[in-house]
Structure formats: structure tokens, C-alpha cells
Design a protein around this ligand. Structure first.
Ligand SMILES: [Zn+2]
Length: 373
């Protein structure tokens, strides 16, 4: 972030680093802006973190140093999404900031890959950071889409559930309560909610053709110690992907409440147990909100003019966009990387897609932030 701050100051931008403490680690978001303190303008956004790679099998190139081989560039984050940030830097270097008639803002976030946590703290603080400059309503996030444009995605909500039983010798099951046995009922309860919600939501079919409903996944289950011991505890993690609403005020926690009600009905007695009862502890849900922005904004028209794509619906992954939308921004997702390269070993980006980026971004800035209306 310090390197980016230096670079952006060199291009005539005001820069503020926002200190944030996320899961016990001190980090920074970055906001940079240029242009007059008037309404309108554009926010360019990207996250600077990446998913890990050191323990990821399949890497044959150096993940932390970019290499170019043939018509592709390789390295962790080239597609998701440092490539776009580099393009933004190159683009704004060419901007005559004195000639801007509306503000250009860069909002670069930390810690997107785990819970969009940097944006969670940055989005509501944008107004304060920008001071006199009104927060531009239009926000462009360059996540990998092969330059296609998307205006929506589902959210993701993670839930931890712990079943506490009572341990003991397996020869005397009536003296304990087997947590795994009760966890089986928890799994079934999740399945029932999943079944209730799998009807296609008519209004979402256009956005999410493959799965126009809230989907669930039980991700992990860990319980017990040995075959001859009563399992004292069983932990599950699950996630679901809530749909946005037509008017964007769908509550992504509705499915969580439905699940909580269902879990309250679970029989806590173990078939082999005595009078003891298990307890089910449901953790605080971690929510990344969905996104559903209008498809007919000036940014959509500016992008269409340069990349020839208009907003086509819902992305299969969540982004910082849900956080920015909660702060009132209209967000479009469009970037140089390929969807299927994100999080992969030997992550790569087409050199052609990289090289055309600065011109694409410059053209959009010119359209939205230079000249008259
Ligand atoms: Zn990303």
C-alpha cells in the first residue's frame, strides 16, 4: 500500500491510508483522489490481497515474481486482481488531474479474500476520508471477468455450528451423549432448509441462470476422538449464498434465521444415551452481502463504448461490490483476468488483456470525469 501511495502521489493524487485491524492483524486500505469537489465522477476499486499459494500444489513458476511466457503473464494475483490495479496506476499516470471536471477516486482494499473485510471498513468511511469531495456513486471493480461486465452476484454467509455432548467410555453409552449422533440431525436440518429454498426464484433466473436460488454447502465436519469413545463434541462449518433482492434490500440473514428456527426443533437426546441432552451452539454468521446494481448507469454506457459489453447478469463469486453497494454505490464488475484463472496454481493473465487495460480505463475516465456533461 505504501508503494501504491507513493506512485499515486506522483501522479498528482491525494492519498489517505486507512489503518484497519482485521482478525488481529494491522493492515491498510488506500483511498486516492484527484479532481474537483463536485458530484459525479468515478471510483476505481480493487483488492491487493491474494489467496495463499505456498501450500498450493501445481505451481511450476514463481508465484511472487511475475514471469511472461508466450502470450501470458504468470504469478499469484495477476488475474485476481493486481493486474487491474497495475492498469489503474498506468492509466492515471496519463491523466491531467488539473483538467478533470469530476473526481476520480481509487479505493484499494485489503483482505478481500476472507470476508471482504477491508471493504467492510472502507465503504462506510469513504465520505469521511474524501472530506469535501462527494463520494462518486459509480464504482468499477476490476475482478477477473475477461472484460465482460456484471452487475450482480450472490453474497456468502458462513456459519459455524458446535454440538456439545458428554464424553465417556463407549461401553456405557447411557452415561454420555454422543455429539456426532446429534450432529447427524443438524446435517439433516440444514438439508431441509436447503430443500425449502431450492425452488427457482423467478425474478433471479435472468441473473443467475445456473442456480437462481439460495444454495447451501456443508463444508467441514469434525467430531469425536476414537471408535471406542463417546464423541464429546462435533463441529460443522457451512456456507450459503444468498440472492440479492430486486430492490437490493433482501436480508442475507433470512436463511440463517430459518436455519436457527429449524435447529431449535432438533431432538437433543442420543438414541443410546440416558437422560443427558446435547447442546447446539450456533456461531455469529459471517456475512458478505450480495450485489445487484442497476445495469443502465453512465459507467455501463462508458464501458460498453470501450469493451463492447453491456451488463450480463450475476457473477459466480462474491466481491467487495456488496459492501460498496451497501454504502449506496452502483457497482459494475469488469476486469482483464479470466474467471477460471482466479485462485488457481500458475495463475495467468493474457498479455493482450493486460496491455489494453490502461487505454480502456483512460477512455472511461475521459468519458465520466473530463469535459462537460
Ligand atoms: Zn478477487
Amino acid at each position: 500500500m505504501e508503494i501504491l501511495a507513493r506512485e499515486l502521489r506522483g501522479s498528482g493524487f491525494e492519498v489517505v491510508l486507512q489503518p484497519v485491524r482485521i482478525r488481529g492483524v494491522d493492515q491498510h486500505n488506500l483511498v486516492a483522489w484527484a479532481g474537483p469537489a463536485v458530484e459525479g465522477g468515478l471510483i476505481l476499486s480493487g483488492h491487493v490481497d491474494t489467496v495463499p499459494c505456498l501450500d498450493q500444489p501445481g505451481w511450476t513458476c514463481e508465484p511472487f515474481g511475475m514471469t511472461v511466457d508466450g502470450d501470458r503473464m504468470f504469478g499469484r494475483g495477476v488475474a485476481d486482481m493486481k493486474g487491474f490495479i497495475a492498469q489503474c496506476l498506468a492509466a492515471v499516470r496519463e491523466v491531467n488531474t488539473a483538467a478533470l471536471t469530476r473526481p476520480v477516486v481509487l479505493a484499494l482494499t485489503a483482505e478481500e479474500e476472507v470476508g471482504c473485510s477491508g471493504a467492510e471498513l472502507l465503504a462506510p468511511a469513504l465520505g469521511e476520508v474524501l472530506g469535501d469531495v462527494p463520494v462518486p456513486r459509480l464504482c468499477w471493480i476490476g475482478e477477473p471477468t475477461t472484460w465482460a461486465v456484471y452487475q450482480a452476484h450472490k453474497g456468502i454467509v458462513q456459519v459455524r455450528i458446535a454440538v456439545h455432548g458428554a464424553g465417556g467410555h463407549s461401553s456405557l453409552p447411557h452415561q454420555g451423549v454422543n455429539a456426532i449422533a446429534i450432529a447427524g440431525r443438524v446435517v439433516e436440518a440444514v438439508g431441509q432448509v436447503q430443500a425449502e429454498l431450492r425452488e427457482p426464484v423467478e425474478s433471479m433466473v435472468d441473473l443467475f441462470a445456473q442456480a437462481p436460488c439460495t444454495t447451501f454447502n456443508i463444508g467441514t465436519i469434525h467430531g469425536g476422538t476414537a471408535a471406542n469413545m463417546i464423541a464429546e463434541r462435533c463441529d460443522l462449518t457451512l456456507s450459503y449464498r444468498p440472492l440479492p433482492d430486486d430492490d437490493t434490500d433482501a436480508d442475507p440473514l433470512d436463511p440463517f434465521r430459518r436455519l436457527t428456527e429449524r435447529l431449535a426443533l432438533v431432538d437433543l437426546a442420543d438414541h443410546g444415551g440416558g437422560d443427558g441432552r446435547a447442546s447446539i451452539v450456533i456461531g455469529e454468521p459471517e456475512v458478505v452481502p450480495p450485489l445487484h446494481s442497476p445495469a443502465d448507469t453512465p459507467l455501463a454506457r462508458a464501458l460498453e463504448a470501450v469493451v463492447g459489453e453491456s451488463p450480463r447478469g450475476g457473477l459466480p463469486y462474491a466481491t467487495d461490490g456488496g459492501r460498496f453497494a451497501q454504502a449506496g454505490l452502483d457497482v459494475l464488475i469488469c476486469g482483464p483476468g479470466d474467471l477460471d484463472q482466479a485462485h488457481q496454481p500458475n495463475e495467468s493473465l493474457s498479455t493482450a488483456a493486460f496491455e489494453k487495460g490502461p487505454d480502456v480505463i483512460r477512455a472511461v475516465i475521459k468519458d465520466l470525469c473530463e469535459g462537460g456533461e
